[in-house]
Write a protein that binds this ligand. Structure first.
Ligand code: TYD
Length: 139
């Protein structure tokens, strides 16, 4: 069962160049799962929160491609806040962790890779339900 200590901030390659920098992420080399889906969150109004949920199976890898935002990761016992503000770092978030996103800067762009296609059944959207499932060892 995942804990906040299983979350990993992974530094990505960065080619610094006077013409503009370049970074990349490869499946298995940097992203520790097979990528089934990519989505992005953008145009977030100031003060908004996103992502108040846990996934039962889906793993994620999250990059702040532009701007900055915070991820709050919670395993039911401990919580941690991680700021993503560089486009050459990715955050690996295993399944079974409650996560929220806040403190989006203007024009921030969150790129997220998932290990599964979208499945509404994979979401736990109620925090008390998450705590129960965590306590029962189901996630
Ligand atoms: P949701 O997962 O609730 O967003 P957040 O990142 O804030 O948790 O998704 C918002 C809506 O988008 C929801 O109605 C489902 C839809 N959606 C898809 O259809 N496919 C996807 O890959 C994702 C991430 C969301």
């Amino acid at each position: 069962m995942a804990t906040i200590h299983d979350v990993r901030l992974i530094e990505l390659p960065k080619f610094v160049d006077a013409r503009g920098n370049l970074s990349f992420a490869e499946q298995h080399t940097h992203i520790p799962f097979e990528i089934k889906r990519t989505y992005w969150i953008y145009d977030v109004p100031g003060g908004e929160n996103r992502g108040g949920h846990a996934f039962k199976q889906n793993q994620e890898f999250i990059i702040a491609l532009s701007g900055a935002f915070d991820l709050i990761i919670d395993d039911g016992y401990n919580k941690t806040r991680i700021t993503l503000n560089r486009s050459y770092y990715g955050l690996f978030v295993p399944a079974g962790l409650w996560r929220e996103m806040d403190s989006f800067s203007t024009n921030s762009l969150a790129l997220e890779f998932g290990s599964m296609n979208y499945d509404s059944e994979d979401y736990i959207r109620d925090y008390d339900d998450f705590l129960r499932q965590k306590r029962d060892g189901k996630v």
